[in-house]
Design a protein around this ligand. Structure first.
Ligand code: FAD
Length: 376
């Protein structure tokens, strides 16, 4: 395709870059991928690994559903350590207003061929006995899954390498664009297309991108097999995820295959340091116990933080960046980059090869006009 060394050079080997490298290699492109650290060590190592269909907007639904289908197709190839489990999500309704949201979501999903079941209070308690009494009900979305993100990124990267991709680990990129990637030791890697897949750090290499860091905290517990059976998320989560002005916490608990529980979640703008913020952590755990009082008895092993790459309209940036024909972006996935990595890779490589994408891509193009949810 190119007279240059590679067809595609990808910067960033998180789950998004790894998926893009795999997709490029699978389609016969000569691809190199570079990371300043190890593969899957950024937000990918910090994420929860909930593969979830979301409906904040039709565009978000299209990309999450498309990607979920791609994960399902990949399922039988995934090694054991990826811990892919189709445990389903239960969106938990705490009051009548949230129950109305359950019915709206049910209608939205059902009319788009996503299986979903409304749960009344007794059924909810039967499925998840550790939830507190007095909740109103919930929505079960059985095809949602969980996986272990760093191992998923490693799997995609290793598969890409088996198909011919080159991986440079522990090498920082200082500049990219105009048909090349420049490393910190001055080495230049020429490529016809260059992809910025550096997550929340993307504006450092491509100034002007509307991506901001949105910090999150998670806690992992000891093993309590069967304590939680589905990914449980409070419907109030949607309100907190939409808030772009204030710090927020929400009840969000995931069962791991090991029997451990992953407890989240928090969202903060303007917090640049990666240390655990004990006030936020305390708020997050208090919120979790309000939904699941018995969590007060479990022992937490570790807490950590990570940075989501947030865009003003809550949709990723996938495609060409203006002013440089060689430069494409694959960033801005906020809290859904594990889910949408596979769809992102397909759409990105469709644009590189000129193939027809399977979903409309305009909502994700970096050139789109952003109207909603603007950063303040
Ligand atoms: C607390 C939390 C919970 C989450 N839960 C979920 C969830 O349940 N489901 C879901 O779908 N998503 C979730 N996410 C979001 C998800 O983790 C991210 O969207 C996803 O990991 C982004 O992947 P990425 O490859 O774009 O970025 P990253 O994983 O951050 O990878 C970027 C890579 O670029 C490299 N890099 C950066 N700068 C340079 C440079 N100059 N030179 C070379 N390399 C560079 C970094 O070393 C890094 O490896 C969560 C995120 C957080 C923080």
């Amino acid at each position: 395709m190119s007279k240059a060394g590679y067809d595609v050079a990808i910067v960033g080997a998180g789950i998004v870059g790894a998926a893009c490298a795999d997709e490029c290699a699978r389609r016969g492109l000569r691809v190199v991928i570079v990371d300043q650290d190890s593969a899957g060590s950024g937000a990918t190592a910090a994420g929860m690994g909930h593969i979830v269909v979301m409906d904040d907007s039709d565009a978000q639904f299209a990309l999450t559903r498309y990607s979920q289908t791609l994960w399902q197709q990949l399922r039988s190839d995934l090694p054991d350590n990826v811990e892919y489990e189709e445990c389903g999500t239960i969106w938990v309704a705490g009051d009548e207003e949230e129950m109305q949201e359950v019915w709206r979501k049910h209608e939205y999903y059902s009319t788009r061929n996503v299986r979903a079941r409304v749960l009344d209070e007794p059924t909810l308690r039967n499925l998840e006995p550790n939830l507190r009494e007095g909740l109103k009900g919930g929505l079960l979305v059985p095809e949602d899954a969980v996986l272990y993100p760093p191992c998923a990124a490693h799997f995609l990267l290793e598969r890409a390498q088996r198909s011919g991709a080159t991986f440079h680990v522990g090498r920082a990129v200082t500049r990219l664009g105009e048909g090349r990637v420049e490393l910190s030791d001055g080495e230049q890697i020429p490529a016809e297309f260059v992809v910025n897949a550096t997550g929340a750090l993307a504006p450092g290499l491509t100034p002007g991108i509307e991506v901001k860091k949105r910090k999150g905290h998670l806690v992992i517990t000891d093993r309590y097999k069967g304590f939680v059976r589905h990914q449980l998320v409070e419907l109030g989560y949607l309100k907190s995820a939409h808030s772009v002005t204030t710090d927020s916490v929400a009840f969000n608990v995931q069962p791991r295959r090991t029997g451990q529980l992953l407890i989240g979640s928090s969202r903060q703008f303007g917090a640049e340091h990666n240390e655990v913020d004990h006030e936020i952590l305390a708020r997050m755990l208090k919120r979790a116990q309000e939904y699941m009082p018995a969590l007060a008895t479990v022992s937490a092993l570790r807490a950590w933080t990570g940075f989501r790459a947030a865009t003003p309209d809550k949709l990723p940036l996938i495609g060409p960046w203006s002013g440089d024909k060689s430069l494409l972006l694959a960033t801005g996935h906020e809290g859904l980059g594990i889910t949408t990595s596979l769809g992102t890779a397909r759409i990105l490589v469709d644009q590189i090869t000129g193939a027809k994408p399977q979903i409309p891509i305009d909502p994700y193009l970096p050139s789109r006009r952003v109207h909603e949810h603007a950063h303040v």
